[in-house]
Ligand binder design. Structure first.
Ligand code: MN
Ligand code: MN
Length: 453
């Protein structure tokens, strides 16, 4: 019989709270992929990790990393076993859905007397969720003179008042309640004078130049993001949940990272791969489809044993891997979208283990082999890790299916399974996770890194 576990009953509350404290600090401060990588590298250094290029010869126990383009990184703890016997790999993504300014984003609306920032999307967002909440702009602007870090707090996108909304509601589909092109960020209301004409945009440009040395054309070469300016909160009278922006997939990034730092295994070569661009299809040279991972494994081989094409291929094909990404859980307000509760995950029942993702014909996705799933079940159960089997089961099945990076990992030959934390309100500005599930992920990932067979 498949009995649903209650993670809260299997874990110690003090252990959970101690762990989650560090997580809240991370998730509240690292809000872009660059900031996630920066946070991880600086923490890894305090644990003795060094850039792999600064190591001549690798020996068991060595801790190394490599960063690429400041948006993706790989961390490894070298084991005693030969590399081509396979790695223990966990991969998670550092990017999160958000609003990205367009490349020529500054405008002004003379009728409303306001300067605005024109937005596009990054990943699957629901536009109406991004109005009337505090936002901030973070990122870098690469000018011809150099890189300028930029952080502007206290921004907002305004919504229409109910008194004037009736016609809009009658005419529009729910998905168009707020349209993408209506997501314009308020920037300034004080006009400056330019050749006898009032200009609100000029006010913005003057401030940007004075404070950051940025000119209008510099937005063409910028990596800037509009993210929620919401600090994480503990949710519920029992403080059992955490609401925060970007938990997809930074909750898996953090738990896997801590599992790597705290592991006590000496045999396996354990690797954590933080990827970028998952939310937009894993293209770009920092994504899970890039060559960066193989490049890093080649370096591991060269510096520990010997790099040959065959050694590299053997390493990949013998690797056991987890695609650590978040899953969906039963939402009490919208139970109607799920037709099969037996196969749906619950908040507070531990790590979600997904043999495959999509209930509808398994199309286009990875499927873990039965033998590998059995091994995962065995190691989790032996260490009493709370976990639950689930699929993404919705009535609109194909719409419900979200992809992860497991298929790109599987292509390299490795055994890989999707395993991660369940979220309510995924992709919203304030995603919700259970503290017990977060801690379950940490111990589950740690068990995977440490398992002997
Ligand atoms: Mn994800
Ligand atoms: Mn996502």
């Amino acid at each position: 019989m498949v009995e649903r576990k209650i993670a809260w009953e299997l874990l110690n509350r003090d252990d959970i709270e101690k762990f989650v404290k560090g997580y809240i600090n991370f998730i509240g401060s690292a809000k872009t992929e660059r900031e996630v990588i920066e946070f991880l590298i600086s923490e890894a250094k305090t644990y003795g990790f060094v850039d792999i290029d600064n190591v001549e010869k690798l020996k068991p126990g060595d801790k190394v990393y490599k960063v690429f383009k400041n948006k993706t990184a790989i961390f490894a703890v070298v084991g005693s076993e030969k590399i081509n016997k396979g790695l223990r790999l966990i991969a998670a993504h550092a990017d999160a859905p958000r609003l990205d300014p367009k490349i020529v984003p500054l405008t002004e609306d003379k009728d409303s007397q306001i300067a605005l920032l024109n937005m596009g999307f990054y990943g699957g967002i629901i536009p109406y969720q991004w109005v009337n909440i505090p936002l901030e702009l973070r990122g870098i602007v690469a000018t011809k003179e150099g890189i300028k870090k930029i952080k502007i707090k206290n921004l907002i996108i305004t919504d229409l008042l109910p008194h004037l909304s009736r016609k809009k509601f009658e005419e529009r589909k729910a998905s168009d309640t707020v349209k993408g092109e209506e997501l314009k960020v308020l920037l300034a209301n004080i006009p400056s004078k330019e050749k006898e004409k009032k200009s609100w945009k000029k006010t913005v440009l003057d401030i940007l130049f004075k404070e950051y040395g940025i000119k209008e054309e510099d937005f063409i070469s910028a990596d800037i993001e509009i993210v929620p300016a919401l600090d994480p909160i503990e949710v519920g009278v029992d403080k059992s949940m955490i609401a925060a922006y970007g938990q997809d997939d930074r909750v898996c990034v953090y738990t896997a990272f801590k599992a790597l730092l705290d592991n006590r295994d000496e045999k396996n070569t354990k690797v954590l791969w933080i990827v970028d661009k998952e939310e937009i299809g894993s293209e770009t040279n920092t994504s899970a489809q890039s060559e960066f991972f193989k490049y890093f494994v080649a370096k591991l081989l060269e510096k520990k044993e010997a790099y040959t094409e065959l050694n590299l291929r053997e390493t990949l094909i013998n690797t056991r891997a987890i695609s650590a990404d978040v899953g969906s859980v039963v939402n009490p307000n919208f139970k109607g979208v799920i037709y099969d509760l037996n196969n749906a995950a619950r908040l507070g029942s531990g790590l979600i283990l997904e043999k495959y993702l999509n209930a509808a014909g398994k199309g286009g996705e990875n499927e873990a082999h039965a033998e590998f799933v059995a091994w995962i079940r065995k190691i989790l159960d032996e260490s009493n890790v709370p976990w639950q089997p689930a699929l993404l089961v919705s009535k609109a099945e194909r719409i419900g299916g979200g992809g992860t990076i497991s298929r790109y990992m599987a292509r390299m030959g490795m055994d890989v399974i999707d395993m991660g934390v369940g979220l309510l309100g995924m992709h919203s500005p304030f995603e919700i996770a259970s503290k017990a599930d977060i801690y379950s992920a940490y111990i589950g990932y740690r068990v995977f890194y440490e398992a002997k067979t």
